[in-house]
Structure formats: C-alpha cells, structure tokens
Design a protein around this ligand. Structure first.
Ligand code: SAM
Length: 506
C-alpha cells in the first residue's frame, strides 16, 4: 500500500495520491464503478461516483488506469458471489502487479456477506454496504494509507442518510432516477432484499421533490421514482393517508406534490409498487395527474393463490386482478407489466397454469420472468426447492411464449397510430455511436420506439410526435411528425421526417 504524505492539508487525500503518469498538481483518484443488477443499483452507482468525484476523484475506462475499482453487486437472483469472484479474478494479475490498486465490493452481496467476503474472495480490500457509501472516500483513503482490508456494512436505521444527486446543468440524464426510500418491510419468502437493504426508511418528501426539481432544472425530462415498495411511502410532513386502511400510504400525496411543484416535469414514473399498497387513492392519482406515465410495473409473482400464500405476498389472485383492473380503468390506455417467478417450491403444473392464465387475464404487455433460486436468509429456504431445473426452464419458456404473443399483439395494434416519444439517446444497437443517426425513446406507456435519419441525435431530450410505421419483436419503428415543446420543434422534426420515411427497414 502507498502511504500518503502527511503534509498536504489543502487537498483531499484522494486528490494527492502519488501515481504513475500524473504530476503532483493533477493527481487525483482514478476510479471505475462496475454495476450489476437493477435500477436501484444503477442509481446507487451514480451516487457512489458523485461521492468519489466530490472527493477529488474522476472516472476512467480501464482497470489498468484506475486506482480504485468498485463492484456494485446484486444478490436478488443469480449466483452473485460466483459472478463477483470471476470479475475480481480478472483483476488478479493487475492487483499482483499493482498491490496499491484498491478493489472494493459494494451493494447487496457486500451487505449480505460482509467480512466473510474478505476471507473468501482473494484481492478484495474493501466491503461496503448500501448505507455506508458516504464513507467510501474515507475508507479508500485508509486503504491507500496501508490499512488492513475492511468491511463496513451497518444499516443507518436510527438516522437514515440518503445520498443527494447533484446533476450538472446540461449534463443531466434525459430520464433521472430519484430514490424515495430504502429497505423493505415485506417478508416475501423468496426475497433477500430485507436482509441486504434493511428495514424501510423513507426519504423526506421535501428532499425528493427538491431533487426532482434539480434534475428538471438541469435538463432531465422524465423522473423514475425508486423504492423497493415505492408505494408504501410515508412522511409526517405530507397530509395524512386518505383512508384508515392499513395498506394506504402517502405515496399518492408525494406524486401530487411533485406534479404541483415541478410543473415542467414532462413525465413521472415509479418502480416497484407492491400490489397491496395500490389502493383507491393511487388509482385517483393516475386518473387526475397527466404527468404520470400510462404504464405501471406491478409485480404479481404468481397466479396461484396457494403459491402466493407460500410466497407471503399478502394478496390473493382476485385482489390483484381487481386492483389491476382499477388501475387500467383509471386512465385510458394504461398498460401493465409484471415480474413472475416460476418453479417456486411446491409449484405444481396446475399452479403454473394459473400463472399463465393471470398473464392472459390481465393482459400484461411485457414481463420479467425468473426461475426461482434459493437465497440466503430467506424464509423459503425452509421449503424444499423441489421443482426440477428442467421443469423450471420449460415453464419459463412457456411463460415467455405467452408473454411474447401478448406483447406482439399489443405492439401490432400501435402500427399506424400517432404517439408521443421522449427521445432518450442512441439506439441500443448503436450505443455510443450517434453518427448513424439512429435514436430510441419511449412512449408514455414505455413502449420502446426507434427512429433514424439526419438530425435524429438533435432530438435527444425532446418529446416528439411520431407515426408508428412498424412493430419489431420488442419495439416500434416510427417517423416523427413534429416535436412538442419549446425547443424549435418544426426545425428539428421535419428534416428527420422526410429522410426517415425513406429509411430502410431493419
Ligand atoms: N419490490 C419487488 C416486489 O414487489 O417483489 C421486488 C423487486 S426484486 C429486486 C425483482 C424481482 O426479482 C422480483 O419481483 C422477483 O420476481 C424476482 N426475484 C426476487 N427474488 C427471487 C428469487 N429468490 N428467485 C427468483 N426470482 C426472484
């Protein structure tokens, strides 16, 4: 380990690390944050990078250019530790050549395994839980000063801290992620989240609204509110819940406050709501707030009451279907997507057919399907993981087949219609290469829409009116008719329209 010189009081220690290729004046911590997992982890990685930048660090592209590599991990499903081991393993020779390289593990695996990771996975210097991210610069500095490998994984239960995003004007993402809460008080028997993220703690509504404001002021058009059960939100500063129902929360009040206080926000979404908190006040918010996207991701997990009970989901199939119907009736055209687990312990063929039938009955336009995998600490470990792997695979394939046909039918119906698309950036296939002038965005129902033609890249961040000309397997292809909003729409939209009509089919 490099020992920092003691006499550089005016510069943060991270900014003064002797390292090859940099003069003393420009020395700074060069870091990489690698992310596995969900939107929550992407959000946490963004905040981690902000914390590191504020401490004098800057991001680099390659591990051999870095002083610090952070793996931000997810343990919800996969064999997370093996994946981590293989990723860290790829750095082994670099670490041997440069023992001063700090390798840190953050996120759910870090929280779940704590100190044990330091013993089990060679080369890791630092294990840091989701609630300890603000300590990252100080802990890295200690490592650089020769401290022994360290694990810091304490939940901030009594005084929760939330990392505040500081978007730079003009550099804010088109779609910004804003966290509303952390942890989870549900005890779904399959889920590791309560053990890796701790109990529910809510961010003050004022902070959430201010952050939405900052993102919008800096150029973001859409905000995605994040929480493990985002619709259980509570804050004593908001008006009381609209009913005495124990499942009623103040989340609809938060949505209303954002809509009222940030009128220039173009779109507002949230993920993931728990169905039991989807109550009448939430349906009313969808009916009344234009800013709310006409799409909700509402995880159902199974269509069988027997399995739902064993999963401890706290709703029945009939209750879920009734809530889904009320949501879709609240706003014309609102669509639903969902999460489903197949092969949960004890799931019979009949249970699985109930799942297929709820998928058809609700008419989900898309879904994420997962094979059940036993997770540490979870109550379902007491049940036998008795659905054979080939059966899980076969059920997942059948589920995807049904989902695919529902999704395709939905997209096909949109051909020839006019839609409003928020252009998010380069099309996935062309990531990082805007020169081909192929961009993608989403409708307010989350359908992915591709467009191309000269001038396409100038539409990023715009809401464009388009005509859908073709349905692909999972997306739409459209030509703009005109752009909405204050940014000289006709000048941007029309040249693209003319050339895009001639664009070849892909
Ligand atoms: N808050 C969400 C909810 O309502 O359940 C949980 C989000 S979880 C991060 C994403 C999805 O992973 C879950 O909805 C579930 O379908 C899936 N999942 C969680 N634990 C799993 C497990 N042990 N095996 C397979 N899939 C799992």
């Amino acid at each position: 380990m490099t020992v920092l010189p003691a006499s550089r009081p005016s510069v943060h220690p991270l900014a003064s690390r002797p390292s090859g290729g940099y003069t003393e004046d420009t020395l700074a911590l060069r870091f990489i944050v690698r992310t596995f997992g969900c939107q929550m982890n992407v959000h946490d990685s963004d905040r981690m990078q902000e914390v590191l930048r504020a401490a004098g660090g800057f991001a680099v592209d390659r591990p051999d250019e870095a002083d610090l590599v952070v793996f931000n991990t997810c343990s919800v499903r996969e064999k997370a530790e093996q994946k981590l081991r293989s990723e860290v393993g790829k750095l082994a020779s670099l670490k041997r050549a440069r023992p001063d390289l700090v390798i840190a593990v953050a996120g759910c695996v870090a929280q779940q395994e704590g100190e044990k990771l330091l013993e089990r996975v060679p080369h890791i210097d630092l294990v840091i839980g989701p609630d300890n991210v603000t300590e990252l610069p100080a802990l890295v500095t200690e490592q650089m000063s020769g401290a022994p490998p360290t694990a810091r994984t304490e939940f901030d239960v009594s005084a929760p801290r939330f990392l505040t995003a500081s978007p730079e004007p003009g550099r804010a993402p088109v779609v910004a992620f804003v966290t509303t809460m952390k942890g989870c008080d549900e005890r779904c028997s399959f889920c590791v989240v309560p053990y890796t993220r701790g109990p529910e703690r809510y961010r003050p509504a004022r902070d959430v609204i201010d952050e939405v404001h900052r993102f919008v002021d800096a150029g973001s058009r859409e905000v995605l509110l994040l929480g493990q059960t985002v619709d259980s939100f509570r804050d004593p500063e908001l008006p009381p819940p609209e009913s005495d129902d124990a499942d009623e929360s103040q989340f609809p009040h938060l949505l209303r406050a954002i809509a009222r206080e940030v009128p220039s926000l173009a779109r507002l979404r949230y993920t993931s709501p728990h169905p039991r908190h989807a109550t009448a006040s939430l349906f009313r918010a969808h009916a009344e707030l234009d800013v709310l996207a006409r799409h909700v991701h509402l995880p159902v997990q199974s269509g069988s009451d027997r399995v739902l009970r064993r999963m401890i989901r706290r709703y029945t199939r009939a209750e879920y279907v009734a809530r889904a119907e009320r949501l879709t009736r609240a706003r014309a055209g609102l669509t639903l997507s969902t999460d489903i687990i197949v092969g949960f312990p004890g799931e019979t063929e009949e249970d699985f057919e109930q799942t297929l039938s709820i998928v058809r009955e609700v008419g989900f336009v898309s879904l994420f399907g997962f094979k059940y995998s036993p997770r540490p600490h979870t109550p379902a470990l007491r049940l036998k993981d008795d659905v054979a792997e080939p059966v899980k695979s076969e059920r997942l394939a059948r589920l995807f087949e049904v989902a695919q046909s529902l999704g395709a039918a939905h997209l096909a119906k949109l051909v020839g219609t006019r839609q409003e698309v928020l252009v998010e950036g380069a099309s996935k296939s062309e990531k990082g290469d805007l020169s081909r002038e192929r961009v993608q965005g989403r409708t307010d129902r989350s359908e992915i829409v591709h467009m191309e033609g000269p001038g396409a890249s100038s539409l990023v961040g715009e809401i464009v009116q388009v005509e859908v000309v073709r349905a692909n397997k999972h997306s739409l292809y459209a030509v703009p008719t005109r752009a909405r909003g204050a940014r000289s729409p006709s000048k941007r939209g029309l040249p693209l329209l003319e050339t895009a009509r001639r664009a070849p089919a892909t």
